[in-house]
Design a protein around this ligand. Structure first.
Ligand SMILES: Nc1nc2c(ncn2[C@@H]2O[C@H](COP(=O)(O)OP(=O)(O)OP(=O)(O)O)[C@@H](O)[C@H]2O)c(=O)[nH]1
Ligand SMILES: [Mg+2]
Ligand SMILES: [Zn+2]
Length: 312
């Protein structure tokens, strides 16, 4: 039996990297036990597995998934209650966003960040396509960086086209396993290509998206970067549904709201419209970004359309 790490999964085939860094296409034998969660995929990118090789074949069989340090999930589909494990054993997640072509919504950003909190994965925001930002969008980026900075999230600014901001990203990626997530078309694969051109990942102009309506990257895949570290390129996520979150607990996953909540009059305040709510007061007075508060409410009421800050 050998130990390896899953770097790609497509249908019933899972690519495992062995200890000599050779890839072995593997199948699963029987039913595997995975730390108590019901998911549509039994094995995820980042899983550490035990496997054996089939004689005279270059393929193998996975027999066991080792305990996951952590994992991150999304809903298997929009209406489904089932979960799909995006990746396991992550040191950190980068959420790549863009303020134009395409524009990432604040709701999407806040939902993703709350999910990372729920699964205890440190998250960093990457503003990409900064070459396309005019004065107004640049000011908006600064404002958002400030809002998220106050909530405890660091941010990086990059441009794959102008090759800017990449040194900072490269140093954050070293010696770690990182997930790179974000809407389709924000430039995830493009940025990875600039960091390590030998990977030569497929990318596609956003203007061509309407032709097929499909993502360019279709499977999550982990790559070792020539500059150090492992990165998991993911297909652009559409609805980032939050799962397994207790309604009463949602505010715990907004660090800025959570810290304000200590001053609410009632210990069981849910910050909707309770008297003496310090969170609502802070939002009304501009000490908490209204967009953050509304993202919280939209998750609480599970209605993304109801609370909408103009422009987002
Ligand atoms: N102007 C500009 N264009 C960029 C930048 N980064 C990526 N692009 C372009 O954006 C388009 C989409 O880039 P991809 O790298 O395919 O996007 P992706 O996030 O990997 O998309 P999916 O794989 O579908 O999730 C391509 O035409 C890229 O050339 C950037 O920093 N500036
Ligand atoms: Mg891609
Ligand atoms: Zn409150």
């Amino acid at each position: 039996m050998e130990k390896g790490i899953v770097i790609k999964t497509t249908g019933s085939w899972h690519t495992v990297l062995d200890e000599d860094k050779t890839t072995v296409p593997c199948k699963i034998k029987g039913k595997l036990r995975t730390s108590g969660i019901r998911s549509t995929n039994p094995v995820a990118v980042g899983d550490m597995v035990m496997f054996y090789r089939l004689e005279r074949e270059s393929t193998g069989i996975i027999t066991e998934i080792l305990d996951r340090k952590n994992y991150i999930v999304r809903k298997a589909s929009k209406l489904s209650k089932e979960t799909h494990v995006l990746a396991a054993n992550l040191d950190q997640a980068f959420l790549m966003i863009s303020l134009t072509s395409p524009r990432t919504t604040i709701r999407f950003t806040d939902r993703f960040l709350a999910t990372c909190e729920a699964y205890e994965i440190p998250a960093v925001i990457v503003f990409n396509k900064t070459d396309l930002y005019d004065e107004e969008l640049t000011a908006e980026m600064e404002e958002l960086a400030d809002i998220y900075g106050k909530a405890g999230y660091e941010s990086v600014r990059t441009s794959a086209v102008e090759k800017k901001g990449l040194d900072e990203l490269i140093s954050r990626l070293k010696d770690r396993i990182s997930l790179l997530a974000g809407n389709s078309g924000v430039g995830k694969s493009s940025v990875i290509n600039v960091i390590d051109p030998s990977l030569n990942l497929k990318t596609r102009p956003v203007s061509e998206y309407h032709k097929t309506g499909r993502h360019t990257t279709t499977f999550s895949e982990m790559f070792e970067l020539a500059t150090g570290g492992y990165i998991i390129d993911t297909p652009g996520i559409k609805g980032f549904g939050i799962i397994n979150m207790d309604k009463d607990e949602i505010f715990h996953f907004f660090p800025d709201i959570f810290s304000l909540s200590k001053d609410c009059r009632y210990y069981n305040c849910l910050h909707t419209n309770e008297p003496g709510c310090a969170v609502k007061k802070a939002a009304d007075e501009g000490r908490l970004a209204m967009s953050r508060y509304e993202s919280y409410l939209s998750l609480y009421y599970d209605d993304p359309g109801k609370y909408r800050t103009p422009g987002y």
